[in-house]
Design a protein around this ligand. Sequence first.
Ligand code: UDP
Length: 368
Amino acid sequence: MNVKYDFLIVGAGMYGAVFAHEMNKSGKTCLIIDKRSHVAGNIHTEKVEDILVHQYGAHIFHTSNKEVWNYVNQFAEFNRYINSPIANYYGEIYNLPFNMNTFNKMWGVATPDEAKLRIQQQCKDNYVENPQNLQEQAINLVGPDIYEKLIRGYTEKQWGRSCTEIPAFIIRRLPVRFTYDNNYFKDPYQGIPIGGYTAMIERMIEGIEVKLNTDYLLEKEQWDSMADKVIYTGPIDAYFDNRFGVLEYRSLRFETEVLDTANYQGNAVVNYTDRETPYTRIIEHKHFEFGTQPKTVISREYSEEWKRGDEPYYPINDEKNNILYEKYKALAEAESNVIFGGRLGEYKYYDMDKVVEVALQKVKAVLG
Ligand code: UDP
């Protein structure tokens, strides 16, 4: 018995779920497969001690795109969580992103003009026209004091590379504000789905067949024969047997602990921005949902170079890897029955909202 589907969707993460939902709504038949034992990919959440734990790292949904915001709100009610991480530099605490609270603590300045003057003075001898890497870009934006205390150590731990070898765009993800506003994101819409991301994804794919613990690449031909088109959201280089070489990714490792205390660090996210502390941040999950449970769950996050068998989290979009990706992309474009989508399929440092956006665009293109 060989059922034929319109779409085989490889990967039950955000891209696959949006695509499947839309196609199912249009009357197309879909089968979703995923090698993990759960849906939702890296946004998977699971209850521990009645606290929703972000098993693969903290995910805060934020977007400037109203259409995307309305879209995800069909599947979950979002809470009012606003991300305001703090930085711990050898025990000194600073607010993030870089804003008047940070500047006040760093230099004692109280007004925006004083802060701007201070940054200007700091940058006088360091300013670089057309910054070519993260270090140059960061110093241009906030000067060497903040770069040394809040950026350099964290970034080098996260990426495992010197800041001079990391693309400048990565630091431009963070706002620099001359107001006393600790909101990490610039977007007008922000929150976390009440009940967790996994429940949200389950709602998206309701009524669609899902096979878990199923590794597509192990039996690719058999799976391909079951559908007219394949949506592949895994790593693009693995799809092509790494024939041009391996694309580089950063992987993460989490040490998660239940603690017998109600409030461990007073904030959901504390970044350790010194070079010595081996982890990049500690997440205290209950604060994402204003939790009042008697215990708490924390995860120390360690960043590592990806090697075979690890989970890939972040593509390394430097020049070398982007050139290699272009070679895979050319192969992907010649694969007429396969759509490559999402952070791994497109080898792009996408946020969740962007993934929804590109998946919806692809659906439109396919339906014509
Ligand atoms: N970053 C930093 N210090 C911090 C937090 C972030 O220097 O305390 C820099 C770092 O280079 C990081 C980038 O900002 O790679 C983007 O951080 P973001 O929080 O957007 O990363 P994500 O949440 O995707 O891991």
